[in-house]
Ligand binder design. Structure first.
Ligand code: GAR
Length: 224
């Protein structure tokens, strides 16, 4: 990122790997910044179609075409910077990112994960929760670090695991919250920025939380 002045004109880059329902939620929301580029590591990802239908520029960068994670991330950074991207959202991007990406967008890479982190990081978090027979599941939006779904948590939405649920039912219930929580957090990060607190980064002051029938939302906030 060349200068902080750049941040006066925020632009989002979204990284995807799959069907892109979270991307769709972002495309449909008022985020306070345009989505300038969607990058997929998978050629056939339906997320690409969603972006194109919305008139958003897309790009496929296959991770297998690069000799290391760092080389791959350098290509991603180049593509994002060419579009003036200031903030990056991982929306179902199934890759661990390196310091090459994180250093280019410090404290400006967000991820949505379908569990109440730090529980159940990694692949198929909903299945992990279901098989562990938890009674509450959910999703988290966090800042990305170089670990696996391990950066500072900004907001979480909890949902019950209901009697009679199968895995698909649980997945769907969590996904409803993902689609609400991710755009909500992204908008706050874009329009208000983050505050550093002794406990880590927090969203700047509280807005009224959306009231939702089944879910409980909790958000880390601090006054500036
Ligand atoms: C979402 O459930 C997202 O939280 C998850 O992948 C799914 C992508 O769905 N991400 C992770 O598991 C990241 N560790 P989508 O392509 O329909 O948005």
């Amino acid at each position: 990122m060349s200068s902080r002045a750049h941040l006066d004109h925020p632009k989002l880059g979204v990284l995807v790997s799959g069907s892109g329902t979270n991307l769709q939620a972002l495309l449909d929301a008022d985020l306070g910044a345009p989505i300038a580029l969607v990058i997929s590591n998978k050629k056939g990802a339906f997320a690409l179609e969603r972006a194109q239908k919305h008139g958003v520029k897309t790009c496929v960068l296959g991770h297998k075409d690069f000799e290391s994670r760092e080389h791959y991330d350098a290509a991603i950074v180049a593509a994002l910077e060419a579009e003036g991207v200031t903030h990056v959202v991982l929306a179902g991007f199934m890759r661990i990112v390196t310091s090459v990406l994180l250093d280019a967008f410090p404290r400006r890479v967000l991820n949505i994960h379908p569990s109440l982190l730090p529980a159940f990081p990694g692949i198929d978090a909903q299945k992990q929760a279901f098989e562990a027979r938890t009674l509450i599941a959910g999703c988290s939006v966090h800042l990305v670090d170089s670990g696996l779904d391990s950066g500072p948590i900004l907001a979480q939405a909890a949902v019950p695991v209901c009697p009679g649920d199968d895995l698909d039912a649980l997945r769907a219930r969590i996904l409803v919250e993902e689609h609400a929580l991710l755009p909500w957090v992204v908008r706050l990060v874009i329009t208000r920025g983050l505050v550093e607190t002794p406990e880590g980064p927090a969203l700047r002051s509280a807005l009224p939380l959306p009231s939702r029938s089944l879910a409980l939302w909790s958000v880390r906030t601090a006054e500036a």
